[in-house]
Ligand binder design. Structure first.
Ligand code: ATP
Length: 369
């Protein structure tokens, strides 16, 4: 799969711009703040129907403007698809070939993409929610039913939590009403747990292999999925937690508390890994996601690499570029502020290279190498 072109109107710092991409490697270069990452985000918008960096569409609207639009042509299995979004008056329209989607969830996973960003180390540093979001986003692209199940689970969980709050305020508990949410929560929870467990099992060898290739087997890494639901007696544990749930005014047991433990040499990478090791770890997580997504989507997803060279040593940069230049990967977009420095690395790439020189939300020049 590839993106052939992109058109922006009033998207972040772009007033009006059009780009035609190479099928190989596209390098976006320019000074800090010129708009390189914004271009990747526009492509992310078309693939995932939202920005990778903000939850509110308003933040993608160029300051002082009243609407933005992003258009792009994806090519998948030799067929072109025109994907477009228009945001105006707080409302977003999302279309494929000029037709609105009934549900935006129908779009997720159609044009798969993996974005690697400097913020990825938040997956290590931040709390379990970041890690759940990361795997949820991957598994949702792999299987739409996962996403639908997760939406249903979160809906019932929210309802149950608001009941718990109401009961605390009124100092009265309707146990029958509360119990009516247990069945859908448990049903969806078991399904989600089983998806996570099986997909992580498939993910792990891909991750280990990628990390080894990236680092020449410098260290052993692993990851584990931790869930209350893994306990065969979970149903009882969940029911027994009712008193605690009433006191804390929230549901304390379930897949919404799952976490993924990231390990290096058997220890938590958060406390023992160097910055370079942490960066390699999250890079391997993203590239392994690419392989898993590639398998399930029967296409090579787009790979967007934002500012990836920082903190990687030369050996790891060379391994990374060799890897993504291989046949397992398709079209690639890379942002790089210091192109002169990295041209040394790029010159060994066999794929066709197109360089976009960017300044203040404008493409100044394009060069095919
Ligand atoms: N909604 C918006 N309206 C106008 N400008 C915006 C908006 N959102 C972001 N920008 C501008 O976009 C610029 C940042 O662009 P971007 O993050 O793409 O830069 P970059 O080229 O990737 O930089 P770096 O090399 O530092 O990572 C900033 O100047 C910021 O002010």
């Amino acid at each position: 799969m590839r993106i052939k072109n992109l058109n922006l109107l009033n998207f972040k710092n772009y007033e009006e711009e059009s780009l035609e991409f190479s099928d190989g490697v596209n390098i976006l270069t320019g000074n800090n703040g010129s708009g390189k990452t914004n271009l990747l985000d526009a492509i992310h918008f078309l693939s995932m129907s939202k920005s990778a960096f903000h939850s509110s569409d308003n933040q993608s609207l160029k300051r002082g403007e009243s609407f933005f639009s992003v258009f792009g042509t994806f090519n998948k299995n030799n067929t072109d698809y025109l994907i477009s979004t228009l945001f105006q008056a707080g409302k977003k329209i999302f279309q494929a070939d000029k037709k609105n989607y009934d549900k935006i969830t129908d779009h997720i996973g159609r044009f798969p993409l993996i974005l690697v960003t400097p913020y990825d180390t938040d997956l290590i540093r931040e709390g379990s929610e970041e890690r759940r979001k990361f795997f949820d986003s991957l598994f949702s692209q792999i299987d739409k039913n996962y996403l639908l199940s997760l939406i249903r689970y979160n809906h019932f969980l929210k309802q149950r939590n608001s009941l718990l709050k109401q009961f605390a305020e009124k100092r009265y508990t309707d146990f029958d009403l509360l119990e009516s949410y247990d069945e859908p929560i448990l049903e969806e929870g078991f399904k989600i747990f089983s998806w996570r467990k099986n997909l992580i099992k498939e993910f792990l060898p891909l991750f280990n292999n990628t990390y080894d290739l990236l680092t020449h087997r410098k260290e052993n890494v692993s990851l584990t999925h931790q869930s209350d639901v893994a306990d065969p007696e979970f149903k009882i544990t969940y029911k027994n937690a009712i008193q605690k749930d009433l006191i804390l005014e929230r549901t304390t047991k379930g897949i919404h508390k799952d976490d993924y433990q990231f390990l290096i040499e058997g220890q938590s990478i958060k406390s023992t890994g160097s910055q370079g090791q942490q960066k390699s770890y999250v890079l391997a997580l993203k590239l392994a996601s690419y392989h898993l997504l590639s398998k399930y989507s029967h296409t090579k997803p787009l790979l967007l690499l934002d500012d990836i060279f920082d903190k990687l040593d030369e050996e790891r940069i060379i391994s990374l570029l060799k890897m993504i230049d291989g046949d397992d990967f398709g079209q690639i977009l890379i942002t790089e502020a210091k192109l002169e420095r990295s041209m040394e690395y790029f010159k060994n790439i066999k794929k066709q290279i197109r360089i976009f020189n960017i300044s203040k939300g404008k493409i100044l020049s394009i060069q095919n190498v």
